[in-house]
Design a protein around this ligand. Structure first.
Ligand code: BGC
Ligand code: BGC
Length: 810
């Protein structure tokens, strides 16, 4: 027995010895410009604690002004995904530059040396918060190109566009290695393969920041390697979740691309929202300081993510010594920056944060500012030239689109097409630029934009039409499959609606159509023997077996951005010859069934529909046989609203002047009687405040989908609504679910008992009793009242099973 225990102990020790992970790296970054080392030490020794803490604070434009920067000596600002100068997404280039100058002028001066504010932005597929910028394919598309040189050039182009607006720092690239494609940020990652991510991440950083003699010169900006670390590995692909993996696994998978990123001299690293084995990265001293700063010799500064520090145990958005002590040098604290500033000053004074640690963080920040030339007179707002939407950048984007297209099926060589034919086009997505551009486009979610918000940009339909007409053919769009002239071939465009971050998380990897007419239309056309070509726009590989079966050719086009002429370049011939061949290869494995959400080429059992690296060319003769359709099983959970409508839902209001979609974060209905504002409850932007202003008359707010959802496979479904009512009056508030014309079920909510946040559970059986047909749920949730009422909603989820907690009975 003893022997056995001893042996076991020996084995345990031996394994832990084996598991000692080597994170060491040698830093060989050389900075030609402006080292200012002595000056920086001098500045730090002259600055007061208050002034030093100011440097480590980054507020969001919606909540911080140049006057604040001046008064509180703040070091950094950002515009988040929904923020632009003057709160206006239509701000012009001169608005951006003007604000940049105002921040510059407001920046503190010590001993005659100005320390300019550093402004960061999410230029993640182009300078995407600015109207008129060139929008490149999202990283998933760049991954399919596998073209390192191209990606570096894209980095250079983005740098020039960012600089054009007086900004010199982008929070990009994302070098996540997504392992579960349910994750709403899958498209922000280049690949499931850490080696490819590493190569392309490095290329993008070199492009953004320059290298060698051009490193951080006037044509370049600071890059950010994000999100450190493990963001792509969370359980069930839940955004901001927990990544369970050994240290060696972390090093080999999620940590891997950081070595190349640091070799490219990335100046900032963003801490990640996720946890590693239960510990939030924002509070992990062993990873931020031990691994990143000590072992890997990172020589820039660590910026936190959007209130990420607030998620550390015992922290709030306005107070978190733990995060700072763990190694976050700059807090991204969009809204509560003033409180965090005060509390951090207090914590330095009390010793909870040592002055040494503060000095080190400030030094890291000043060193980066100095390398960028900011302490030597570089003024971001004085950048000359306007590169937004520059023709060279557009052709670069077009090349990227061409090379990112992956041909999944091309039976009987139906592609390439002769352009001098009559070509039919179907699918709403062919007329909708936001479906091409995805999330992180003008707004955070990228859904709130109309075609006219994009300058010099064609829809896919328009670009096809343009190409074909110039080359002697004709094009006709049909929404119902009826064409004036019988088409020789039909091109269909469909895909995912835009999303960003957690709002893109899925339950499984089945594609859920938002255009309910598309599949039946495609199937009916294909039944008439007209060749069909599908172009699929998506942020990840999804199960689309029926669509594949109904298409003779099928192209995965990812989220191509604005230069969709690149699609025509490839699918059409020119002068009877192939114009451009397909080059794209899958950088993620393609699933055959919806439960294959974790599907990576390193899996021991690997059974994808299309493997990693797959992609046909015009030389391939492969035929794809009919793919087996696995019918969907039981539903167990349907997300309706998580701070915003979940896909495929859309938010709308109804007033007595009719229905309107909710297109902005701060929404006011046309009659000014319904006001909807997004705010933070437990996480950022996870709740909405809804105010019905009128005292009499119809007022409603709800979520609808074009395609009905069938809930009949659920055993005992119920709606769980997490909400509270702010104005306690005798106003009545109803919750309803709709199922088409004159079909719905409603229930009155117990408003008087809802002053605190609570999960209110409404059994579907009650709604059914009132007339709901559960197999056709289309208005997925609706709050209505005829009186004034003010309430907050955090989530609406349809669950199955026994109700625990507050139940509304009928
Ligand atoms: C911001 C984004 C940010 C997100 C975080 C949005 O309001 O605009 O930049 O990433 O919140 O959830
Ligand atoms: C995202 C980051 C982004 C930041 C600022 C966060 O919610 O996770 O990727 O850089 O917001 O917009």
């Amino acid at each position: 027995m003893k022997k056995f225990i001893l042996l076991t102990m020996f084995l345990i020790q031996a394994t832990s010895l084996l598991a000692e992970v080597d994170w060491s790296r040698e830093n060989s970054c050389k900075y030609n410009n402006f080292s200012n080392a002595d000056l920086i030490d001098q500045l730090i020794s002259d600055m007061s604690i208050e002034e030093k803490v100011g440097q480590v604070i980054q507020g969001d434009l919606d909540f911080i002004t140049p006057a604040d920067v001046k008064k509180f000596k703040i070091g950094s600002v950002l515009n988040g995904g929904n923020t632009a100068p003057n709160g206006d997404k239509y701000s012009s280039l001169s608005d951006w530059k003007k604000l940049s100058q105002e921040f510059y002028d407001a920046s503190p001066t010590y001993k005659g040396i100005k320390i300019p504010v550093l402004w960061g932005t999410d230029a993640v597929h182009g300078h995407n918060n600015v109207i008129g910028a060139t929008l490149f394919p999202h990283n998933i598309g760049l991954g399919a190109t596998r073209n390192i040189e191209l990606v570096q050039k894209i980095g250079e182009a983005i740098a020039l566009e960012v600089l054009s607006t007086g900004v010199a720092w982008t929070f990009a690239p994302t070098i996540a290695v997504p392992q579960d494609d349910r994750w709403g940020r899958t498209y922000e990652g280049f690949s499931e393969d850490p080696i490819l991510v590493s190569k392309l991440g490095k290329a993008l950083i070199l492009g953004l920041q320059g290298e060698g003699s051009t490193l951080l010169n006037e044509k370049h900006v600071l890059a950010t390697a994000k999100h450190f670390m493990g963001d792509g590995g969370t359980t069930n692909g839940v955004d901001q979740g927990n990544t369970k993996i050994s240290e060696l696994g972390l090093r080999e998978l999620h940590g891997y691309p950081y070595f190349d990123a640091l070799d490219a001299c990335a100046q900032t690293v963003m801490a990640s929202f996720n946890s590693w084995n239960g510990e939030k990265l924002h509070g992990s001293k062993s990873l931020l300081t031990g691994v990143l700063k000590n072992d890997m010799q990172f020589d820039g500064f660590v910026v936190g993510d959007w209130n990420g520090h607030g998620q550390v145990e015992d922290c709030s958005n306005s107070k978190c010594a733990q995060s700072f002590n763990a190694g976050v040098d700059m807090f991204m604290v969009p809204e509560n920056w003033k409180d965090l500033l005060r509390n951090t000053i207090r914590q330095v004074n009390s010793g909870e944060i040592s002055e040494l640690r503060l000095d080190e963080a400030v030094k890291n920040i000043l060193v980066v500012k100095s390398r960028l030339g900011l302490l030597n007179g570089r003024k971001p707002h004085e950048f000359e030239g306007n590169f937004l939407g520059h023709p060279d950048h557009i052709s670069l984007a077009r090349q990227a689109v061409r090379e990112s297209l992956v041909l999944l099926k091309n039976n009987d060589g139906v592609l390439p097409l002769m352009p001098n034919q009559h070509i039919g086009v179907i699918g709403d997505a062919s007329n909708k630029i936001s479906t091409q551009t995805g999330g992180w486009t003008i707004t955070w979610q990228g859904r709130e934009n109309s075609n006219s918000d994009f300058v010099n940009t064609r829809t896919i339909y328009e670009s096809i039409k343009n190409y074909v007409e110039v080359n002697g053919g004709s094009v006709e769009f049909s929404s119902n499959g009826k064409f004036q002239n019988k088409p020789d071939v039909v091109i269909g465009v469909f895909g995912e609606e835009p999303y960003a971050e957690m709002l893109g998380d899925l339950k499984d990897v089945a594609f859920t159509a938002t255009d309910p007419r598309y599949l039946p239309l495609l199937e009916s056309i294909s039944a008439t023997n007209i060749p069909t070509i599908s172009i699929f726009l998506s942020g990840r590989p999804l199960v689309v077996n029926e669509y594949l079966n109904a298409s003779n050719a099928f192209v995965a086009a990812w989220l191509p951005g604005t230069a969709v002429e690149g699609i025509s370049d490839v699918i059409f011939m020119k002068n009877n010859k192939i114009n451009f061949d397909f080059q794209g290869k899958l950088s993620y494995s393609w699933p055959r069934s919806k439960d294959q959400s974790v599907l990576n080429f390193t899996d021991s059992i690997y059974d994808p529909l299309f493997p990693y690296g797959y992609g046909l060319t015009y030389a391939s003769e492969d035929q794809i046989n009919n793919i087996k359709i696995v019918k969907s099983k039981k539903l167990d959970l349907v997300n309706i609203f998580l701070g915003a409508a979940s896909i495929p839902g859309k938010e709308f209001v109804v007033t007595d002047s009719g229905p309107e979609f909710v297109m902005q974060d701060n929404f006011l209905s046309a009659n000014k009687k319904i006001k909807i504002t997004r705010f933070d409850y437990q996480r950022q932007d996870d709740a909405k405040n809804i105010i019905f202003i009128k005292n009499k008359g119809m007022q409603a707010y709800g979520i609808s989908a074009e395609l009905p959802t069938d809930l009949s496979s659920m055993d005992s479904p119920y709606y769980e609504i997490v909400m509270r009512v702010n104005s306690l009056s005798d106003a009545k508030l109803y919750f309803s679910v709709g199922c088409g014309n004159n079909c719905m079920g409603s229930i009155e909510l117990p408003v008087s008992k809802m002053a605190e946040w609570e999960a209110i559970n409404v059994p579907l059986s009650c709604l059914k009793k009132d007339g709901l047909n559960e197999s056709k749920v289309q208005i997925r949730g609706l709050f209505s009242s005829e009186e004034q009422i003010n309430f907050d909603v955090n989530s609406i989820i349809i669950k199955d099973g026994a109700i625990t907690g507050t139940k509304v009975s009928c």
